[in-house]
Write a protein that binds this ligand. Structure first.
Ligand SMILES: [Zn+2]
Length: 86
């Protein structure tokens, strides 16, 4: 009978790199392309696929800077890793 205690290492607790998501949209009305960075993405989302599956994109408010149309069509998502100082 042996009960093994396996220490769990979580590695570095802090992150020095965080994903930053950029989405590309076309205005539904005037078709003007634009892009923006998403804010407040949960830390467990680190890929484009996870972002799309999370449904967060549907909750993004959009307002065309040119014609003020509130409807945007998402044409692409890009993730980049940026270094943040801790
Ligand atoms: Zn527009």
């Amino acid at each position: 009978m042996s009960s093994q205690m396996i220490p769990e290492y979580y590695g570095d607790d802090y992150r020095s790199e965080v994903p930053r998501f950029q989405i590309f949209l076309n205005c539904y009305n005037c078709q003007r392309p634009s892009s923006r960075y998403l804010q407040a993405i949960p830390p467990e989302i680190t890929t484009e696929d996870e972002l799309i599956e999370s449904g967060l994109l549907a909750k993004q408010a959009f307002l065309c800077g040119k014609c003020e149309c509130p409807i945007g069509t998402i044409t692409g998502v890009k993730v980049e890793w940026i270094s943040v100082p801790y």
